[in-house]
Design a binder for this molecule. Structure first.
Ligand code: MN
Length: 267
């Protein structure tokens, strides 16, 4: 027997559409009419699972994350995909979208046309998705959470926050902040948003920038970093950025988290 081969079954395994599960999307997980046709479940040791999901015009998922990411292959219609705090991207048949692990996002149809995509994700501990809250606004790019309203630099509020803070005196800087930093850099696929948050928080701690750190501590949690992990990062940074910077960061974090609890900005 050649190396790399195993005792494979002799016949090809074909599953037929009529034999597979299909169901409507649960209302707590989707807005609007959504139909799911399962394509395959993982065949161990493979971990990938896939479904074909059709969204009626205006329908979309609640916010959610995937532990090992997700690939969306757009097969018909016009769709929309958005990362939390980022711009809404139109997608068309033939487009393939990669959702990195842990990135909070939503996908669905355009307001006027339905959309079907094949969604492929891998299981981690038997799980492919963590569902979060519903998208609150018909135009989520303009939606503002309590958190974003409380903090000047969380991306959902960034566009207007930058404009409000210094748009009148430095419109170019506000536009670069909105269009380049948050719409582009933060959404680049080369690093997950969680990693970008850790890098950003580390830099702000090291440079002793508590004003910007406040909003990025909140954003880091939105991107999947726990409060415990943020305190651990600050402890780690004491050895690289200096004890005074770490102490300032720890007291800033304590205050930010206390305010979140009192306003219910984060669950
Ligand atoms: Mn998804």
């Amino acid at each position: 027997m050649k190396s790399g081969t195993s005792s494979a079954p002799v016949d090809v395994n074909v599953s037929h559409r009529e034999d597979r599960a299909s169901f409507d999307g649960a209302p707590e997980r989707f807005t609007g009419r959504v139909h799911v046709e399962m394509l395959f479940d993982p065949s161990a040791p493979a971990r990938a699972t896939a479904g074909s999901v059709t969204f009626a015009p205006g329908a979309r998922t609640a916010w959610h994350t995937h532990p090992l990411g997700q690939t969306l292959v757009i097969t018909s219609g016009i769709g929309r995909v958005q990362f939390w705090g980022g711009p809404v991207r139109d997608v068309h048949p033939g487009d393939v979208v990669w959702i990195p692990p842990g990135v909070k996002h939503s996908h669905g149809a355009s307001s006027t046309m339905s959309m079907t995509h094949i969604a492929i994700s891998e299981q981690a501990d038997g799980k492919t998705v963590t569902w979060l809250e519903q998208v609150q606004d018909e135009h989520p790019s303009q939606a503002r959470s309590d958190l974003a309203a409380m903090n000047t630099a969380a991306p959902a509020a960034e566009a207007s926050a930058a404009q409000k803070l210094f748009g009148d005196v430095a419109p170019g800087l506000a536009q670069l902040t909105d269009d380049v930093l948050y719409a582009d850099v933060w959404n680049r696929p080369g690093l997950s948003k969680r990693d970008r948050s850790l890098v950003t928080v580390s830099a702000l701690v090291a440079m002793n920038r508590p004003d910007q750190l406040r909003s990025h501590l909140a954003l880091a949690q939105q991107n999947g970093v726990s409060q415990q992990e943020l305190f651990e990062a600050i402890t780690h940074l004491a050895f690289y950025a200096g004890w005074p910077s770490a102490v300032t960061a720890a007291t800033t974090a304590k205050d930010v988290f206390a305010r979140q609890r009192s306003t219910g900005a984060l669950r």
